[in-house]
Design a protein around this ligand. Structure first.
Ligand SMILES: [Zn+2]
Length: 331
């Protein structure tokens, strides 16, 4: 497996150094699977000194996902799901009122209207993933062509969430997203060329190294060589297909996620995204991606500039080796 990196130098006369000539370096890294590039550049992430979101997140007036509303104000499933809504622990699962595809689902994750990301419990995430996986099973059982599936989450507005109340979103359809197609096609090409599964080889290659983070029940966690976004962490599940809602690996997924979020909070962050890909393909096991997002406060900075939305270029300030070491302490 090749980890290719190129260093570029940028020279100018700096106002910070009495207009002396200075040379800054930027590292450009290539993802070993897709060839997608990421730049490690100082100053690519803006951190506020502090934040106060209490007034915003504390207002639960009219929230459809709070316990007194979720059973009345959210949609119910069509007949093929065999239930009106799904429930597991605190989690309630129901169709997305604003669907993104054939089978579009929401899991209201908690009974509390808001809790900081480092306060999610393993149980809450295990129940949330369990509810989402039950929906994936239902959709795939109903429609054999709905092969592409993912479970996703935006947490707080700077991560794209319109609602404060913690929730996950599941999408199952026959097309998948650009990222799902890119990863699956590259994984299939790798398997064809190497006769092995990229994700298993990646774990074997990185285990114990400087980008290795740790292990939870059935899940290996590491920082990818060429991150897609800030503090990008990947978890590779040791199963070949979407697990059943009660499988031990689901609790392992939940436990690792709480550890990753604890490391984000330790770094001063308060928002994140995740995407769990469930390709159910022999070339690619289930893989979860977690990224930190711009700190949410009143005048928060968008961390999705042209690089992210128009160039699909990862631009990060903290190298994976550095944040992997920080996250390792939580495992
Ligand atoms: Zn709420």
């Amino acid at each position: 497996m090749e980890f290719q990196s190129h260093t570029q130098e940028s020279t100018f006369h700096s106002p910070l150094e009495d207009f002396e000539r200075v040379t800054e370096t930027v590292e450009v890294r290539e993802d070993p699977l897709t060839g997608r590039t990421a730049r490690v550049a100082d100053g690519a992430f803006v951190m506020p000194d502090d934040y106060d979101i209490e007034a915003f997140v504390g207002d639960d007036e009219g929230c459809f996902f709070c316990p007194d509303m979720v059973g009345d104000a959210t949609p119910t499933y069509p007949e093929w799901m065999g239930q009106e809504r799904g429930t597991r622990g605190e989690a309630t699962s129901f169709p997305n009122l604003n669907p993104y595809g054939s089978y579009s689902n929401v899991v209201a994750l908690t009974e509390t209207h808001f809790q900081p990301m480092e306060e999610f419990t393993v149980r809450q995430f295990a129940d949330g993933f369990g509810a989402a996986l039950a929906f994936v099973r239902g959709a795939r059982g109903h429609d054999a062509e709905a092969t592409r599936a993912s479970v996703n989450m935006n947490f707080l507005r700077s991560a794209g969430s319109s609602l404060v109340h913690p929730h996950m979103q599941t999408l199952v359809d026959g097309r998948g997203t650009n990222e799902q197609r890119t990863l699956l096609e590259a994984s299939r090409e790798y398997r064809e060329a190497e006769g092995s599964v990229y994700w298993r080889d990646l774990v074997a290659e990185e285990r114990g190294g400087e980008r290795w983070i740790g292990e939870t029940d059935g899940v290996s966690w590491l920082a990818p060589f060429a991150p897609k976004h800030h503090r990008h962490v990947v978890g590779v599940l040791d199963v070949d297909a979407a697990p059943a809602p009660d499988d031990a690996v689901v609790a392992g997924l939940a436990e690792g996620l709480t550890n990753v979020l604890a490391s984000y909070a330790e770094a001063g962050l308060n928002a994140f995204n995740l995407a769990l890909h469930l390709p159910d393909d022999e070339a690619m096991p289930p893989v979860i991606n977690v990224i930190g997002r711009a700190v949410f406060d009143e005048y928060y900075w968008s961390d999705s500039p042209f690089f992210t939305v128009l160039h699909d270029e990862g631009v990060v300030a903290t190298p994976p080796e550095e944040y992997a070491a920080a996250a390792r302490g939580e495992f």
